[in-house]
Design a protein around this ligand. Structure first.
Ligand code: NAD
Ligand code: TDX
Length: 333
């Protein structure tokens, strides 16, 4: 397959790129990425060694640039990871989210239509379903997003489904739960708290710390996405989750314990606006594709925190960015 991976210089996209090159050694993989603050060429240092890998810098909202890359590399299928992804940033400045996550997705769908591509896999999120008090969301549940981020992702999903219904495009959607692992930008809970603890800085826990997420290790998520791309039924949605529901407090204590750091580093701060209380996904449908998570949560958290401990050269430069300065001021940390 000649595959275009958009947003492949980010966290999950770069792991997916590595996995595809390893599992499908004859395939061509082209990463197309705008290199926003979240895109990092260092994430592709392994992939760059492979002759079947190409990198093109570009914006998924730029129709001419998308057409050029599809034509130049005779692309057959697209996996779309490209998005603005951080909920706190979407609360601060929602516009880029609507642009990239809705219009960017629609621009890619136009390319799928124009060049009659074989498959389009949209990478979506459990956040499109909104918050759930008990139980777990199924693919057939209605969308009820609550942040500018999740509303934009839901808008992307609806474009994908509309292009299926109207033009019969060969699309798939995967909705993943909270990922964690190496190379995640240090604005998200686990890398932010692990690196703050390593620096002896406080860990800003929002509200009562009892918000709950369903965590999946990034390699397990990528294996699920690969199963959806290879074996999923066109037009269908698949949930990919780890089944590890944990409160933010549990995650925080877990990180401190691994790093032998004191609980006095935890700092309770004001809550995120509109903070979703709990996410959880039912993954029965994805399991019919022969996929299931391989990592235990404890082992994956240990491995992840150790990676941040051992790779300060990767994350230290990222922690001096403009947003992180703003964030520190906002939460006084
Ligand atoms: P990330 O923020 O680490 O990476 C996003 C990548 O997209 C970056 O490389 C960035 O440069 C690129 N990008 C942004 N705007 C672009 C544009 N206009 N054109 C081209 N490239 C652009 O994100 P991530 O955490 O790896 O998430 C990847 C995808 O998975 C996103 O679609 C996200 O919504 C989804 N997702 C993430 C999680 C999670 O826990 N991280 C969970 C579920 C779903
Ligand atoms: O400093 C913090 N303190 C804190 O208590 C941060 C950054 C987060 N939190 C809380 C908020 C959430 O309840 O931790 C939880 C996880 O927060 P994030 O890491 O920001 O993730 P979340 O908002 O759940 O969204 C993530 O999962 C779904 C990704 O960022 C999305 O891209 C993905 O779609």
């Amino acid at each position: 397959m000649r595959l275009l991976i958009t947003g492949g210089a980010g966290f999950i996209g770069s792991h997916f790129t590595d996995m595809r090159l390893k599992r499908h050694p004859r395939d061509l993989v082209v990463v197309f990425d705008k290199l926003t603050y979240a895109g990092n060429p260092a994430n592709l240092s392994q992939a760059k060694k492979n002759p079947n890998f190409k990198f093109v810098q570009g914006d998924i909202c730029d129709r001419a640039a998308v057409d050029r890359v599809v034509k130049k590399y005779r692309i057959e299928s697209v996996v779309n990871f490209a998005a603005e992804t951080h909920v706190d940033r979407s609360i601060l400045s929602p516009e880029d989210f609507a642009k990239t996550d809705v219009l960017g997705t629609q621009t890619l769908l136009e390319a799928v239509r124009k060049f009659k591509l074989r498959k389009f896999l949209q990478i979506s999120t459990d956040e499109v379903y909104g918050s759930i008090e008990r139980g777990a969301f199924k693919e057939t549940d209605p969308l009820k997003p609550s942040s500018p981020y999740s509303a934009s992702k839901a808008g992307g999903d609806l474009q994908v489904l509309a292009y299926r219904h109207t033009y019969g495009l060969p699309v798939l959607i995967a909705r993943s739960s909270n990922n964690f692992g190496p190379r995640q930008y240090p604005e998200k809970l686990i890398p932010l708290f692990a690196t703050n603890a390593l620096e002896g800085k406080s860990l800003p826990l929002y509200g009562d710390g009892l918000n709950t997420r369903d965590w999946v290790y990034v390699e397990d998520n990528c294996a699920g996405l690969d199963a959806v791309l290879e074996k999923g039924a066109l037009g269908e949605v698949y949930n990919i989750g780890g089944g590890n529901t944990r409160t933010n407090r549990e995650i925080t204590y877990g990180i401190l314990k691994i790093l032998h750091k004191p609980e006095s580093l935890i700092k309770r701060v004001s809550d995120r606006l509109g903070h979703d209380r709990r996410y959880a996904l039912a993954t029965t449908k994805a399991r019919t594709l022969g996929w299931k998570p391989q990592w235990t949560f404890a082992k994956a958290l240990q491995h992840t925190v150790a990676w941040y401990r051992d790779n300060p050269a990767w994350w230290q430069p990222l922690k001096s960015g403009e947003y992180l300065q703003y964030y520190r001021k906002q939460y006084k940390v």
